[in-house]
Design a protein around this ligand. Structure first.
Ligand code: ADP
Ligand code: MG
Ligand code: MG
Length: 252
């Protein structure tokens, strides 16, 4: 599904990713962990196609297409979801309207008709129950004055509505209270199927008690230095990242 090969990328001449290799197959959930500043968010940003990041080497294939050649909109059309794709606040644009537009854009890209009002409402109801989002939130302007928890709900609601093949979530430890953990894990676990995959970037081991990954990778100094089963996350919690750093002292 996603194949990252020797990916090098940076920003403003600073090298951040230094040869990332990663294979994600349908049905899998991969977690990326690692110390602060190791390049986790940069990896998510490059996969999202954020223009400020420069890819200097390597290849990324998504469902057989060269991902790096696609605009962010086309990436979404191909079935990629990135949680921070739309962090903007837009006065006067209701969240419902925005989501309807996004859903129909993706449908159009796939050659499908826009959803009629009845089908859209039915889908909204189903997904609202899933993330426990309130109707009033959806009639408010997009992200305007949303609290951290409301933004999180809205983001996961968008993900649920778009039904992506691969969701990439960058979860910083800040602001992930128990409520947010439930929202994120309900959304991700509902998306899990043999056809879909998830790449979950997190600083936060606790999230992995709720979203049990198939693989855990440790990103350190722009490289994946260790990969393993879910137990690796427990080892990291117990031992911290210092043992990783001491195994790779030259990279400090
Ligand atoms: P992580 O998400 O693992 O904490 P990041 O990808 O955010 O790591 O950052 C990796 C490195 O790249 C850090 O040293 C950070 O300071 C640097 N970096 C990230 N974004 C920028 C930017 N916009 N401008 C300059 N340096 C950046
Ligand atoms: Mg960071
Ligand atoms: Mg980060």
């Amino acid at each position: 599904m996603l194949s990252i090969e020797n990916l090098h990328a940076g920003i403003e001449g600073k090298k951040i990713l230094k040869g990332i290799n990663l294979e994600i197959k349908p049905g899998e959930v991969h977690a990326i962990m690692g110390p602060n500043g190791s390049g986790k968010s940069t990896l998510a940003s490059v996969l999202a196609g954020r223009p400020e990041y420069e890819v200097t080497q390597g290849k990324v294939e998504f469902l057989g297409k060269d991902l790096l050649e696609l605009s962010p909109e086309k990436r979404a059309g191909e079935g990629l979801f990135l949680a921070f794709q739309y962090p903007i606040e837009i006065a006067g644009l209701s969240t419902t309207h925005f989501i309807k537009t996004s859903v129909n854009e993706v449908r159009k890209y796939r050659g499908q008709q826009p959803l009629d009002a009845v089908s859209f409402l039915k889908m909204m109801k189903e997904k609202m129950a899933l993330v426990n989002i309130e109707k009033t939130l959806l009639s408010r302007s997009l992200n305007e004055g949303f609290s951290g928890g409301e933004k999180k709900r809205n983001e996961i609601f968008q993900m649920a509505m778009l039904e992506p093949r691969l969701a990439i979530l960058d979860e910083t430890d800040s602001g992930l209270d128990i409520d947010a953990i439930r929202i994120v894990s309900n959304g991700v676990n509902a998306l899990r199927s043999k056809d879909n995959a998830v790449l979950l970037v997190t600083h936060y081991q606790r999230l992995l008690d709720y979203i049990v990954p198939d693989f855990v990778h440790v990103l350190y100094n722009g490289q994946i230095v260790k990969s393993g089963p879910k137990e690796l996350a427990y080892e990291l919690e117990e031992r911290g990242y210092d043992f990783i750093k001491s195994e790779f002292p030259a990279m400090e």
